[in-house]
Design a protein around this ligand. Structure first.
Ligand code: URA
Length: 219
């Protein structure tokens, strides 16, 4: 077949897959918005399902929504989010290139750590998001998401500082993926050494994405 025809067919298949992924992510967000599987929703304004590019090669997973996220329904819009946007821009990406989600989708009261039973109730949503998006690289921001995602390999750790920046190749839900734990951006807001560590880890993330043949990069 003529090369141009093959390209048109492949583009059409790609567009169809993107549209399907977008619809699936939106449907799931609506389900999350109605979720009552744990009591966290009771004190919140909005669920924060996650947002970004449903066809992203890079997915970032934080811990739980904070105050600003609860008010807006979007992940990482507070100060830690600004720092995260700066780190992404350092490797040539914006929020629209990636998908950002959290381990739990409703804000825990007073920003306390999510409890095991809340994580258990909520993570099927995250797993479904990973299945739909099929990212090539997953970055876990902080120890909660690192512990959860690395348990699939399984990899255990005591301190996130011991494993940050390590690239773990794995298979999640039948998709080959590179898993990279790093620090939570909130930890770096007041600690320049953590910020340097995050910048170093994001350089590794940029290299892994390039090696994986990132198709969503805009530069
Ligand atoms: N911290 C997180 O872990 N997630 C957010 O969405 C915001 C802050």
């Amino acid at each position: 077949m003529h090369k141009k025809v093959i390209r048109v067919i492949l583009n059409s298949v790609g567009m169809l897959q993107d549209a399907r992924g977008e619809a699936a992510i939106e449907n799931l967000a609506a389900v999350i918005g109605e979720c009552r599987k744990c009591p966290l929703w009771e004190n919140t304004h909005h669920a924060v399902p996650g947002d970004g590019n449903p066809g992203a090669d890079l997915m970032l997973i934080g811990e739980a929504p904070g105050k600003q996220e609860d008010l807006t329904g979007r992940p990482f819009v507070g100060r830690a989010g600004k720092l995260l946007e700066g780190l992404l821009s350092g490797i040539g990406l914006s929020r629209d290139d990636v998908f950002i989600a959290n381990i739990v989708k409703h804000r825990p009261p007073g920003n306390r750590d999510p409890r095991d039973e809340e994580i258990r109730a909520c993570t099927p949503y995250l797993e479904e998001q990973i299945r739909i998006i099929g990212p090539k690289v997953i970055v876990m921001l902080g120890r909660h998401s690192s512990r959860y995602i690395l348990s699939f390999l399984p990899v255990e750790f005591d301190r996130i500082t011991e494993i940050r920046g390590t690239v773990y190749p794995g298979v999640l839900f039948d998709h080959p993926v590179r898993l990279i734990p790093t620090l939570h951006p909130a930890a770096a807001l007041y600690n320049p050494r953590y910020r340097e560590a995050l910048e170093e880890d994001f350089r590794i993330i940029g290299r892994e994405l390039a090696a994986a043949g990132d198709s969503t990069r805009q530069d």
